[in-house]
Design a binder for this molecule. Structure first.
Ligand code: MET
Length: 404
């Protein structure tokens, strides 16, 4: 008979991991909710022992056994969130930060510290990611390209290829397997904030690094800010060293809320995605809408272009909240050219497909009919598209503009 200890447990489904990962020791601890450790420092009567542990961390970036000495090195509550997110992304490790931008900063600093300051990136990215890469704040230099140009853009000092798919805010998608091939030995970073591991696991397609603004779907309730990088343990060690040195740590309360958010992630994402797909269909059939963007991978984001003034839609919503950000239980709408992508130069924004008439909606968990009523009322001042005329085999074509 086989020794029970040698039996590999069956892999657990994502929905099960979402609820249980990072909590395996709770029953043994005799608690049901994860302990929230708010300590900034950790007492020890053994300073020589602490010195050895600090030396070990400085040399390797490996997580410390036992208390973390000081909260900038590690935190047990945040570590539970990291364990769980790593499991959901199929990664060896994950390292959490104060925000998505702090997480991206740490990745860039790790590569720059190795003399690899050049980044190849595909637009669009979230506006502040675009800005961080392009503005030279961290001494990085970026080459913007389309996916087909990645291989050619790579140089000896290229430290990273970065894509976001579906992209913020156009929901444009990148073929990750094709891109991975073009990267050769350069690590591919995929911003997976919009899809979440529920819909897409980029490491399975050959990405080395997955980035999340945890503020969005991972938290899920609009009340916690954070960022996280899922990757192999070797890269995670370098990220922990940068996090310790630069201090962009996640607050433990945020770690607690993010772990809690993960437990409902699959349910929230699937429910909101079904509503978003329905709204995308309705918008696509609405003559006031010039163009609808909805990704093939699905998800709870819908973007659309109007013929008239997009600001009038923002001003007219009543149920949907007119606010930037995304991934909350309630629906939000924003105008990327004014807010999320404001910091990107106008020409770059437009050539990346971020039109001035584009609106981006994050669909929440409300009833689809209530959302549609709010949206359609908010669109009531919009001109409608050219009157459709049947033209035999061509189907529907535009003949003239109708509207105000
Ligand atoms: C400061 S604006 C952006 C916040 C968030 N990353 C979004 O795309 O909505």
């Amino acid at each position: 008979m086989e020794n029970a200890a040698s039996v590999t447990p069956a892999p657990r489904a994502l929905a099960t991991e979402a609820v249980h990962a990072g909590r395996e020791d709770l029953a043994r601890l005799g608690v049901h909710a994860p302990p929230l450790d708010l300590s900034t420092t950790y007492p020890s009567y053994d300073a020589a022992g602490e010195a050895a542990r600090i030396d070990g961390f400085a040399a390797t970036g490996a997580r410390l056994e036992g208390p973390p000495v000081y909260a900038r090195l590690d935190n047990p509550t945040t570590a539970r969130f990291e364990t769980a997110l790593a499991r959901l992304e199929g990664a060896e490790s994950a390292v959490a930060f104060a925000s998505g931008m702090a997480a991206l900063t740490a990745v860039l600093l790790v590569r720059a510290s190795m003399g690899l300051r050049h980044v190849v990136a595909v637009r669009p990215l979230y506006g502040c990611s675009d800005h961080l890469l392009g503005a030279g704040l961290l001494g990085t230099e970026v080459t913007w390209t389309d996916p087909a140009g990645i291989a050619e853009a790579i140089r000896p000092d290229t430290g990273l290829v970065m894509v976001e798919t579906p992209a913020n805010p156009t929901l444009a998608e990148v073929d990750l397997r094709a891109v991975r091939h073009a990267c050769g030995s350069v690590p591919l970073l995929v911003d997976n904030t919009f899809a979440t591991p529920v819909l897409q696991r980029p490491l399975e397609d050959g990405a080395r690094i997955v980035l999340h603004s945890a503020t969005k779907y991972l938290g899920g309730h609009g009340d916690v800010m954070g960022g996280v990088v899922a990757c192999d343990e070797e890269f995670a060690r370098k990220l922990r060293q940068v996090r310790f040195a630069t201090g962009g740590v996640l607050h433990p309360m945020a770690g607690y809320l993010l772990l809690r958010g993960l437990s409902t992630l699959p349910v929230r994402v699937r429910a909101a995605s079904a509503t978003a797909a329905d709204l995308a269909r309705r918008l696509g059939a609405d003559p006031r809408i010039a163009r609808v963007h909805y990704p093939s991978v699905g998800g709870a984001m819908v973007s659309f272009e109007v013929y008239g003034d997009p600001h009038s839609v923002i001003a007219a919503v009543r149920l949907i909240t007119p606010a930037v950000s995304l991934g909350s239980v309630d629906s939000l709408i924003q105008h990327p050219a004014s807010i999320s992508h404001r910091i990107v130069a106008e020409g770059d924004r437009r050539s990346a497909g971020v039109s001035d008439r584009l609106l981006r909606m994050s669909v929440g968990l409300e009833d689809v009919e209530d959302l549609w009523r709010d949206l359609t009322e908010a669109l009531s001042a919009q001109p409608v598209r050219a009157q459709a005329v049947r033209t035999g085999s061509e189907g529907v074509r535009e003949s003239r503009r109708v509207g105000r």
